[in-house]
Design a protein around this ligand. Structure first.
Ligand code: HEC
Ligand code: HEC
Length: 370
């Protein structure tokens, strides 16, 4: 008993900011920038900011408008709509386990830190999301006027004389997002040794997912079900961008001009249509699918992979993605019987973490008294 108490005390002391990662089995420690250590106070401030509509120019939207907890922090739309009504070319992405993302957004190779990424929805003008560009002073004045922030900002940044800065906002938002760790799905419980956690169909679906016939695991492998994963102590660049054969509008592999993936950043023809493989955790909740929400359901996604790509029959994006010269060799199609479809669906459904969707630590703090 005494030994247990000593051990607990040591853990408590080790993290002097108070924040303790409670990481599931198999999850390494996330990489945290040296100038933004995790503390409970910072995570709590970040949570308030994440849910605060004062973070948009016209005070109609917060981060949470497009990243909804019950939808694993996506928004249910094919493409997102900003606070001024401007339509984003791409759909919202899940923020679950985003602490492990080596690159951020669907296809940027350069956005590598959550601190930097937070500034994009706040101040970006192409497209306008939160619409705060040129309104920095107004934003800070609004936050200073909120009694909760008078407590929360100094608690999170005790080293600063005046903690009401854009830099502090970005750091707190990043800390909150890093705390969004999820691994309590039925599949996790199955992997941890509870054979009754998932159905037999899900077990068969999971087995097929990891075969060379389905190939899913090449791009959606590992503890995040995404090949794009980084963590503390890792020395390899794990950024990953892949073309899964969604489009071919010119017979030479082109994607629609609004969304060319990594090509938009590199200009390299081989990068046309290459996007980050998103995590498949909670994928049953993140419809519609792909960067532009063009596949409505998981059955559409399974049809896509079974066919080795998507054929678009009409409209400006018409073309046969299956024949794209840029398509990954791992997207080659497979036999999809009714039973196999049901098995894969059962497996993907078993990746939903219901605890996360209700976890009070990640919920809107403005709904409850401090
Ligand atoms: C108008 C809707 C909208 C708002 C508001 C919004 N986001 Fe997003 N978010 C998106 C979209 C769309 C993407 C994909 C962007 C892209 O690919 O260019 C995204 C991507 C992200 C990502 C990348 C996730 C990954 O796995 O790579 C992070 C992190 C993120 N948003 C955090 C935030 C934060 C923090 C805020 C508030 C400051 C915010 N978002 C506000 C729509 C929104
Ligand atoms: C060559 C790499 C690769 C392989 C193999 C692959 N995927 Fe993907 N997957 C991706 C990429 C890249 C995206 C995003 C593409 C886009 O947005 O245009 C994606 C997107 C998805 C999505 C949509 C997720 C979302 O949130 O929108 C699902 C679901 C999915 N894949 C499931 C599978 C399954 C099931 C298999 C096996 C049958 C598989 N993938 C095989 C790379 C791959």
């Amino acid at each position: 008993m005494l030994r247990v108490l000593v051990a607990l005390t040591l853990v408590g002391c080790a993290t002097d900011g108070g924040f303790v990662w409670s990481l599931p089995e198999g999850f390494p420690e996330p990489r945290v920038p040296g100038d933004n250590p995790m503390t409970d106070a910072k995570v709590e401030l970040g949570r308030h900011l994440f849910y605060d509509p004062r973070l948009s120019g016209n005070q109609t939207q917060s981060c949470a408008s497009c990243h909804v907890q019950e939808l694993a922090f996506t928004d249910g739309l094919a493409v997102s709509v900003g606070s001024t009504g401007e339509v984003h070319p791409r759909g919202s992405m899940s923020l679950v386990n985003v602490a492990y993302a080596p690159t951020l957004t669907w296809a940027s190779p350069v956005l590598r830190h959550l601190e930097a990424q937070a500034l994009v929805p706040m101040f970006g003008e192409n497209p306008v999301e939160l619409g705060l560009s040129g309104r920095e002073d107004e934003l800070l004045a609004r936050l200073r006027a909120e009694p909760r922030y008078v407590e929360l900002f100094p608690a999170a940044f005790p080293e600063l004389d005046d903690p009401f800065t854009i830099d502090a906002i970005a750091k707190a938002l990043a800390a909150f997002q890093r705390s969004l760790i999820s691994a309590d799905s039925p599949w996790d419980r199955f992997a941890a040794g509870d054979p009754s956690a998932v159905s037999e169909a899900a077990v068969r679906g999971g087995e097929f997912f990891f075969t060379e016939e389905a190939e899913c695991f090449h791009c959606h492998g590992g503890f995040l079900f995404s090949s794009s994963v980084d963590h503390a102590g890792n020395v390899f660049d794990q950024a990953s961008f892949q073309n899964n054969g969604l489009y071919d509008v010119d017979g030479r592999g082109a994607y629609p001009a609004t969304n060319t993936g990594l090509f938009e950043h590199s200009g390299e023809p081989r990068d046309m249509g290459r996007f980050k493989p998103p995590t498949l955790r909670n994928v049953a909740l993140t419809a519609p699918y792909m960067h532009d929400g063009s596949l409505a359901t998981l059955d559409d996604v399974l049809d896509h992979y079974a066919a080795g790509g998507t054929v678009t029959t009409e409209g400006p994006n018409a073309g046969d993605g299956r024949l794209s010269p840029n398509k990954s060799l791992f997207v080659h199609g497979f036999e999809l019987s009714a039973e196999r479809r049901a098995d894969l669906r059962a497996f993907l459904d078993a990746l939903t973490d219901d605890t996360l969707l209700r976890d009070p630590r990640f919920s809107d703090p403005w709904l409850t008294p401090l």
